[in-house]
Write a new protein. Structure first.
Length: 600
């Protein structure tokens, strides 16, 4: 502690030395009106509730300066004669607490900044930048959260295009160098008690496959499933298709058919619907291993779950059927003839001359699908009571044979202006009555559209009133999604029901129903349309269904150019951009035709 009257020297700067025991300050001052300098320690500091104030005397001036405690603390640490040692030794009392709080806030700000930078690296798919930021966080002891760590894990496991690394040795070697950092990430999560979520398990499973260990990927996916079954587990952490896909693809690439079948069985029990990439990998493994029974099982699964196939899967299908005779047991002398073909408007194959079927669901399957739609609507709709009221209305007054998606019709051709045209809905209703005079049409519209139309004039109100009285119009309440309403009514209409809409049913609502049965219903019951100056053209379902079909031992596989978007970097490719193109697209669609020939 500096005592009163002691002379001190610190260059030409003022310094303040804290007396930690008594919480006093002594200051060396040479005071003018403008500056502090050298002088004689002639004062002591006292600590008040609001300020720390210093009273000092010089040869010509007596003055009092008020300093905030934070400023005094800063001066003490910056200019004190033992400033270096003071910075190393922790402070005691209120000043120490304030200092620790400032450090904590600074670290929190820096941690938040580095987390934002990691998220930016994730959006740019920059794995190396993300790892640099992770190393910086380790060095500076900054706290990363679950989102930041799952972003880094996703990037080092190959990101959205992780599968492409398996087909390129150079790319695989580069990715494996990044994958080697997974141990550092896992250690950090354990140290900081950061919980693993499903996305993290998926990243680790992908890393295991990229490193050549599909068994590890399978074990990781099972760990995710076991954790999700705990009573305290978050429902969002249930394993998804992507969680088990790495293990399945890894075993298929290793030609381990037995383990691939085991993984596929687990996925089936978890109701994880496979997609074309999984079927492609499994059928490739069956072809390479000449496993005819496994190949037949996969084809049966595709027949139930897949409608169209992409070109890369079509090539694998051709390879399988061309080599199938080599897989057959002795005594089976048959062989498949594999060709590309086209199907005419009547459903006749140009190669085999056989006619394809128009597929549809049976009555029991339709009712099951309607119940599934009702259950999902009640789970997702904020106004479940309104939907149940509609269910009762349809059952009392239905069935309605023609369901018109009023919003889709009213906005047709108006997308650029964003204008809803009610006259197009009226024209569609009139056209449906002319085309199917014995049927009962029903227009589904959101109440907002109807109210807007009614406010435009008395005649409009009268038109809406007539449609409601004749039970040709039902409005959905505010806050409801009208897609659930018209979809439920259309399925409940049964085998003769039709839905008039150009909606391709690809958004999140219809993805929950993504299955072969739903796609079969859609192909058999959807009527597309065009409207120009209130003149309506209808495009009805064809005489056959564009889907994988089998007749006896013969197979047909339709090939689609549509690109199923599985990652953000992929662009969606749509075959039909205009309903009028549908017949042309179907007439030109290539098919894989596999006809069985008995060589005896």
């Amino acid at each position: 502690m500096l005592k009163r009257g002691a002379k001190v020297f610190r260059g030409s700067r003022t310094f303040v030395k804290a007396n930690r025991g008594a919480r006093h300050l002594a200051v060396d001052v040479r005071c003018t009106r403008w500056s502090f300098g050298l002088g004689l320690v002639d004062c002591a500091a006292r600590s008040g509730r609001q300020h720390t104030y210093l009273t000092y005397t010089t040869g010509c001036l007596h003055n009092r300066h008020y300093w905030g405690s934070s400023l005094v603390l800063w001066l003490t640490q910056r200019f004190g004669p033992m400033a270096t040692q003071a910075r190393k030794r922790p402070l005691d009392g209120p000043l120490a607490a304030e200092d620790e709080e400032q450090k904590r806030l600074k670290l929190a700000d820096e941690s938040e900044k580095i987390r934002r930078e990691i998220n930016t690296a994730g959006m740019k798919q920059d794995a190396r930048k993300a790892l640099e930021l992770f190393d910086e966080a380790l060095e500076r002891d900054l706290l990363l959260n679950q989102k930041s760590l799952q972003t880094i894990l996703h990037l080092i496991s190959g990101g959205e295009a992780w599968l492409s690394a398996l087909d390129s040795p150079d790319k695989l070697a580069a990715v494996r160098k990044l994958c080697a950092r997974d141990k550092d990430l896992y250690k950090y999560m354990k140290t900081k008690n950061i919980e693993m979520n499903e996305f993290m398990y998926t990243g680790l499973a992908r890393i295991a496959v990229l490193m050549g260990h599909p068994e590890g990927a399978y074990r990781i996916a099972n760990d995710c499933r076991a954790k999700s079954e705990l009573p305290t587990s978050n429902p969002k952490n249930k394993p998804r298709l992507r969680t088990y896909t790495p293990a399945l693809l890894g075993f298929c690439r290793a030609d381990n058919v037995k383990m691939a079948m085991e993984v596929e069985g687990v996925m089936n029990r978890l109701e994880l619907a496979l997609t074309p990439p999984e079927y492609k990998a499994m059928l490739s493994a069956a072809t390479r291993t000449k496993n005819e029974s496994y190949g037949s099982y996969i084809l049966e699964c595709m027949l139930r779950e897949v409608t169209k196939i992409e070109e890369d899967l079509a090539v694998i299908v051709e390879e399988y059927f061309n080599s199938r005779h080599l897989m057959l047991e002795e005594g089976e002398a048959g062989k498949y003839k594999v060709e590309r073909t086209k199907i005419n408007a009547d459903g006749v194959c140009s190669v085999s001359g056989k006619t394809l079927d128009k597929l549809d669901l049976k009555h029991g399957e339709l009712m099951t699908l309607a119940e599934k739609i009702q259950g999902m609507a009640l789970k997702r709709e904020t106004k479940g009571e309104a939907f149940m009221s509609f269910v009762g209305y349809v059952k009392r007054n239905g069935p309605f044979d023609i369901i018109i998606d009023g919003a889709n019709v009213g906005f047709f051709g108006q997308s650029k202006q964003g204008i809803f045209t009610f006259s197009q809905v009226e024209a569609m209703l009139k056209k449906c009555k002319e085309r199917w005079p014995e049927s009962r049409p029903l227009v589904m519209l959101h109440s907002r559209r109807v109210n807007q139309f009614v406010r435009e004039g008395r005649k409009n109100a009268d038109a809406v009133d007539r449609m409601k009285r004749s039970k040709q119009l039902v409005t959905t309440p505010p806050g409801s999604n009208d897609d659930w309403y018209w979809l439920y009514a259309a399925v409940l209409a049964g085998e003769k029901g039709l839905v008039v809409t150009n909606d391709e049913m690809r958004d999140h609502i219809f993805q929950t129903l993504e299955s072969r049965s739903f796609q079969t219903w859609k192909a058999a019951h959807q009527v597309r349309f065009q409207v120009y100056d209130n003149n309506v053209d209808l495009v009805e379902p064809g005489k056959y269904t564009t889907a994988i079909q089998r007749k006896g031992q013969d197979w047909w596989f339709p090939i689609t150019k549509e690109k199923v978007v599985r990652a953000r970097h992929e662009k969606k490719v749509v075959e039909v951009t205009n309903p009028g193109m549908l017949k042309t697209v179907e007439a030109e669609r290539p098919w894989v035709c596999c006809t069985y020939e008995d060589l005896d």
